[in-house]
Ligand binder design. Sequence first.
Ligand SMILES: Cc1ncc(COP(=O)(O)O)c(C=O)c1O
Length: 443
Amino acid sequence: MPELRHVASGQEGAPVSERAAPTADELDAADPLAGFRDRFELPDAIYLVGNSLGALPRTARENVATELDRWGNLGVEGHFTGELAWKDYHELLTEQLATLVGARTTEVVAMNALTVNLHLLMISFYRPTPERHKILIESHAFPSDHFAVESQIRLHGFDPADSLVLLSPRAGEETLRTDDILDAIAEHGHELALVMLPGVQYYTGQVLPMAEITTAGHAVGATVGFDLAHAVGNIELDVHEWGVDFAAWCTYKYLNSGPGGVGGAFVHERHVADQSLPKLLGWWGTNKATRFAMVNEFDAIPTVESWQLSNAPVLAMATLRASLDIIDDAGGMVELRRKSVQQIEFLDRRLAETLADRVENLSAGPIEARGCQFALRVTSGDGKAVFDELTGAGVLCDWREPDVIRAAPVPLYNTFGDIERFVQILDRIVPHKKAARPVEVSP
Ligand SMILES: Cc1ncc(COP(=O)(O)O)c(C=O)c1O
């Protein structure tokens, strides 16, 4: 692996204060992950929207073709034949997913989709009583999470008006302060049944302090779950060590599984074999040895797999396998995050140098509270018009109401050159503030 060069060529002998910051070309030339871009098929654009839909791994085509061939050649026997037997196919993903979220293999399973998994896990981990019925979420939670939580509250006969606690940033601020999150948990303590927060906030890209939140939630007797949609494949996670009760995520963002890709679920080891937890059941959660005996006694698999309901969507899992293998080859989250931090710092610097008075970076803050996604607000003109022009100029990022352009340099396939071109195009498109009119002084 080549050494990273932090200085421009010819400057190695110069005192640090006199060295010019490295250019995009220099950073790309020194990037040990640079070759991984070629393992993806990317649209003919500057693709900065992996926070929404990750890029297509080239090997996904092969993996899907393999399963289509097996289907064609083996028919139903594909369920039971060879190393890729469909009845066990989800197991091929478990170890890599567990590594990505920092969990044991008994705690992680690929199944369903994100919102479905949130519901299944809340069935088990939101068990309200008249005294303890509240769920803490953020006011700006992704709408699907909001709907899921509200409907769970109603399912138990409670009213969201009484049972939903909404956490907001302070007036005039964009991100949540750790103290405010912990204070809210303490304030509602004895009434709090569940804390359900994102690992990374979808709008601002803020990384929440998951370990501290978990400790605080447990201290007041609540269960703690995280939506890791924007966290998995973006930042390093350690959900087992943090003691998180449950988590769910999608894989079509930073895990590049493709549209509608299969979701993931985590249940902490201390809960996986707990048969007293309420749970919705299906045949994919029962003992594998007797599953096909067609008996009606449910014999729970003593791992998170007992939360599975249905047989696995193999074609969707085939694409995910391709991406997880590439992530492994790249050195996993440690390597990806190392490059991601460099990319975040590079984009920060270039925005500050070029657009400081025209674009506000809502995600600014300490690096441990940052993922790769930026939330940019145009302060010198119409943000939506800028976004539309960006799209027209061949930059794919996304617009989130009311006024944010989200852009995410993804270390697996984005170059520093992508970031540089993005800044240059923004510089061209974003209007300059109109100079204040000189005050007319009467003679
Ligand atoms: C934070 C968050 N929660 C929930 C969802 C909904 O995911 P799904 O449609 O896979 O259930 C998304 C989708 O982007 C999301 O970003």
